[in-house]
Ligand binder design. Structure first.
Ligand code: PMP
Length: 399
C-alpha cells in the first residue's frame, strides 16, 4: 500500500473547523447555538462590486490571465497601499494569490528552505504553524501572554532575531487577540528589525482597515523605510470588503520576492479569474463606505464584549483595538467543575460551554495560548449580548 507524503501527516485539521463542525451538528439537531467561532465577516460587499462582476461576466474572454495579477488590479492595489502609507511601490513590487492564505504559502515556498527557522509571536493565527510544518521550516514561537497584552516587545524580538531566523512573520491587527500595535510600538520593533539584516520580514496585516480608537494602521516600513528591501506586506479583500469567498489576496514587497511569488503562481494557480479581478478592482477603487461602517460597528461590538467579560470574576481580557476578536484569559475556570464536568483545560472549557450553553468559542491552544479562548464577534448584533450572558452564566455555575 503506498503511503501519503510525510508533509500531509504534519498538517493537522484546523481546531477552528472542529468546533464549528460540532456547533453545526448541534444546530442541525435542533439546539439553539450562538457561534463565536469562525472569523468570517457577516456582511456583503457594496452593490458596485456585484455590478462590476456582472459587467465583467458579460464580456469575459474565458482565457488565462496574468500570473502577477491584471494591471487594473495591480494599479488599484497600488493606490490602496499608498493611502495606507506605503511609498515608492510599483507594479513590479506586487503579486496576487487565491486569498492571503495562498500568498502566505507562496511566500513560505519563496523564502524558506527545509530546516530554516521562521519566528512569530504566539498567540498566532493557526495557519502559521501549519505553513511552517508543510514547508519543513522550524517555527520559533515567541510567547506573548495576557500579562503583556499579547504583544511582542523589542527585547524579545531582539533575542529571537539573534538566532538569525530566515523569516520573521508578524500580524497586526492580530487574529486571535484583536491587539493593535501603536505607532510607537511599531517604531521600537522596527529599530530592532533594522539591526538584523539577515531576516526577511512578512507583515500579514489583512485586518488593517479594522482599527479602533484612532490608533491607525502602522507598518515597520513607515518607521524605517530602509526595511523596504526585505519586508513583504500581505493584504486581502476577505475581511475588509466582506469578500472571503471571492479569494483575493495581494502582496507588496521587494521585486525579487514579487517575481518569485509570480513564478510560483505560474506553477500553482496561473491567474485569478476575470470576474473576480473586476470585482476586486471595484472593491479597492470604489466607495469605501462599507468597510468604514463595519469598522465602527465592530468597535461598538468590541465595547459590548469587553464590558461583559470584565463583569466575570477572574476573567482577564486585554482590550482588543482591531479586527473582530477578543481573547479572554479563562484559566480562572481551570480546576473547577460545571455540573459533573471537570474543566481542566481550554479545550474542556470550550466543549462544556458549547454542550451546556450552546455557545461556540475556539480553545486558545489552537493559537498557541492554552490559558485563553477566542471569541469572534461577527455574529448578528442581536445574538451578541445573549451569547455573552450565556458565558457569564456558565462561569457563575462553576463549582
Ligand atoms: N491572515 C490572517 C491573520 C487571517 O485571520 C486570515 C483569515 N482568517 C488570513 C490571513 C487569510 O485570509 P484569506 O481569506 O485572504 O485567505
Amino acid at each position: 500500500m503506498p503511503q501519503l507524503a510525510q508533509r500531509v501527516g504534519r498538517a493537522k485539521p484546523s481546531a477552528i473547523m472542529v468546533i464549528a463542525e460540532k456547533a453545526r451538528q448541534l444546530k442541525a439537531a435542533g439546539r439553539d447555538i450562538i457561534s463565536f467561532s469562525i472569523g468570517v465577516p457577516n456582511f456583503l460587499p457594496g452593490e458596485h462590486v456585484y455590478a462590476a462582476a456582472r459587467e465583467a461576466l458579460s464580456h469575459d474572454s474565458g482565457q488565462y490571465g496574468s500570473n502577477r495579477g491584471a494591471e487594473p488590479l495591480l494599479d488599484a492595489f497600488l493606490k490602496h497601499i499608498e493611502a495606507l502609507g506605503f511609498r515608492g511601490y510599483g507594479r513590479m513590487n506586487l503579486s496576487i494569490g487565491i486569498g492571503a492564505k495562498q500568498v502566505l504559502y507562496n511566500l513560505a515556498e519563496a523564502l524558506l528552505d527545509e530546516g530554516d527557522e521562521i519566528a512569530f509571536a504566539a498567540p498566532f493565527w493557526t495557519t502559521y504553524r501549519d505553513i511552517a510544518d508543510i514547508v519543513g521550516a522550524k517555527a520559533n514561537i515567541l510567547h506573548c501572554g495576557p500579562e503583556r497584552n499579547y504583544k511582542l516587545v523589542p527585547a524579545q524580538l531582539d533575542a529571537a532575531l539573534a538566532r538569525r531566523p530566515k523569516v520573521f512573520l508578524f500580524n497586526n491587527p492580530s487574529n486571535p487577540t484583536g491587539m493593535v500595535y501603536t505607532r510607537e510600538e511599531i517604531a521600537a520593533l522596527a529599530d530592532v528589525l533594522a539591526d538584523h539584516p539577515d531576516t526577511w520580514i512578512v507583515t500579514d496585516d489583512i485586518y488593517n482597515s479594522m482599527v479602533f480608537d484612532g490608533i491607525g494602521y502602522h507598518n515597520f516600513v513607515f518607521a524605517r523605510p530602509e526595511l523596504k528591501d526585505r519586508l513583504v506586506f500581505v493584504d486581502s479583500l476577505s475581511k475588509t470588503y466582506g469578500m472571503p469567498g471571492w479569494r483575493v489576496g495581494l502582496m507588496a514587497g521587494p521585486e525579487a520576492v514579487a517575481r518569485a511569488v509570480t513564478t510560483l503562481n505560474s506553477n500553482h494557480i496561473t491567474s485569478l479569474p476575470e470576474v473576480i479581478t473586476a470585482a476586486a478592482v471595484a472593491a479597492l477603487a470604489g466607495p469605501q463606505d462599507v468597510p468604514q461602517a463595519k469598522c465602527a460597528e465592530f468597535a461598538a461590538k468590541r465595547d459590548t464584549v469587553v464590558a461583559a467579560l470584565a463583569a466575570i470574576p477572574g476573567v482577564v481580557c486585554p482590550r482588543p483595538q482591531g479586527a473582530f476578536y477578543a481573547f479572554p484569559d479563562i484559566s480562572a475556570a481551570f480546576g473547577r467543575r460545571h455540573g459533573d464536568t471537570p474543566i481542566d483545560s481550554d479545550v474542556a472549557f470550550c466543549a462544556a460551554l458549547l454542550e451546556a450553553k450552546g455557545v461556540a468559542c475556539v480553545p486558545g491552544s489552537a493559537f498557541g495560548e492554552p490559558r485563553a479562548m477566542r471569541i469572534s464577534y461577527t455574529c448578528p448584533a442581536a445574538q451578541l449580548q445573549p451569547g455573552l450572558e450565556r458565558i457569564q452564566a456558565f462561569f457563575a455555575e462553576l463549582t
